[in-house]
Design a protein. Structure first.
Ligand code: UDP
Ligand code: MG
Length: 318
């Protein structure tokens, strides 16, 4: 079997402390994979996400020393997901057959790339890198992350548990991905929704070896909310259901209020206030929910997601 051409896409934001080491380790890995006949042509694509430190000059320097290193500099910091997208969009039109996205900080075990390529060559078009355990994360990060994955799947968004943005995609699946014109990006969910033959490889996640996380709690929260709201309109439906539930309670409350009124156990004004409070509350919530249903529809329309992707065909006339 011929070798696979491989492109690594690496978003970098203020990563001057790690880039030298990262590119050295990745280059060594790719060299050894080439020697073992797994891959042929290969390239690193470093996407500088508008860094404020010396990241870009370092990328330029590294790319002059090594022709297998290239860079893209974004004019402004647009965030991890959009920066990765920039790299992937470039990759989708490149000559590389397999594209791996990985963070710049080497927290993900780069040896897993070898396994990913092996799986790709075995016929899997998307290979998810999945963390075995979160030993190095704080208990807080671990639990919030788990909560997020559970919430996400209960709301109907597909995600691979403990998979971040370390994955291999074939060029064809990448082309399907970049056919999504939406601006709110939650890549790991979007990739899962593509379909195609996929599998996972498992690895241990390490500590960042230099620099600090660019994902503080506030960014993590935003990311989680973005993830849920870009895949699910269920929260809107929950409002409708809640409204109906309140209306049911209103019926009970009305019966009780009337009973208390008739039994003369009330002070003046209580009955009418209680009844109108529950009725109006329930009616407002239901109405908001109904509006929400339409907003949900509009939301799905404006995303203009592609309707389907053809994976295979048989005996079609030319
Ligand atoms: N990153 C980026 N733009 C940003 C923030 C982060 O391109 O605005 C990159 C960063 O350089 C790294 C990856 O995204 O390669 C993941 O970030 P980080 O390691 O800080 O996140 P964590 O691993 O702590 O979740
Ligand atoms: Mg990291």
């Amino acid at each position: 079997m011929s070798t696979t051409s491989l492109l690594l896409v690496i978003p970098c934001y203020n990563e001057q402390e790690v880039l030298r080491e990262t590119t050295a380790q990745l280059t060594a890995l790719l060299g050894s994979m080439q020697q073992s006949g797994l891959i042929g042509k290969h390239q690193l694509l470093l996407v500088d996400d508008g860094s404020k430190d010396a990241t870009w000059s370092l990328i330029e320097e590294l790319s002059q020393l090594n022709p297998a290193i290239s860079g893209l500099k974004l004019a402004h910091n647009v965030g991890h997901q959009q920066a990765l997208w920039a790299g992937l969009e470039w990759a989708a039109t490149s000559p590389y057959e397999a594209i791996v996205s990985i963070d710049a900080d080497l927290q993900d075990d780069i040896e897993a790339i070898r396994e990913m390529v092996i799986q790709y060559r075995a016929g899997y078009e998307i290979v998810y890198g999945v963390r075995k355990e979160r030993k190095t994360d704080t208990a807080f990060k671990k639990h919030t992350a788990q909560l997020f994955y559970k919430l996400m799947s209960s709301l109907g968004g597909e995600v691979v548990y403990n998979h971040a943005d370390f994955r291999l995609m074939s060029r064809r699946t990448l082309q399907s991905l970049v056919a999504h014109p939406e601006r709110n990006l939650f890549l790991r969910g979007l990739v899962c929704s593509l379909g195609y033959r996929s599998t996972s490889v498992y690895y241990d996640r390490k500590e960042r070896f230099a620099g600090e996380s660019k994902y503080p709690l506030s960014k993590m929260l935003n990311f989680a909310i973005d993830g849920i709201t870009s895949f699910s309109v269920k929260p809107l439906r929950l409002i409708t259901l809640f409204g109906i539930f309140i209306l049911l309670i209103a019926v009970v409350a009305i019966c009780y209020a009337l009973y208390a009124f008739i039994a003369n156990q009330t002070i003046p004004g209580w009955t009418s206030l209680l009844i109108s409070m529950w009725l109006i509350g329930g009616a407002i919530l239901t109405a908001i929910g109904i509006i929400g249903e339409y907003i949900g529809k509009i939301y799905k329309e404006v995303k203009r997601r592609p309707r389907y992707f053809i994976e295979k065909s048989a005996n079609l006339p030319q």
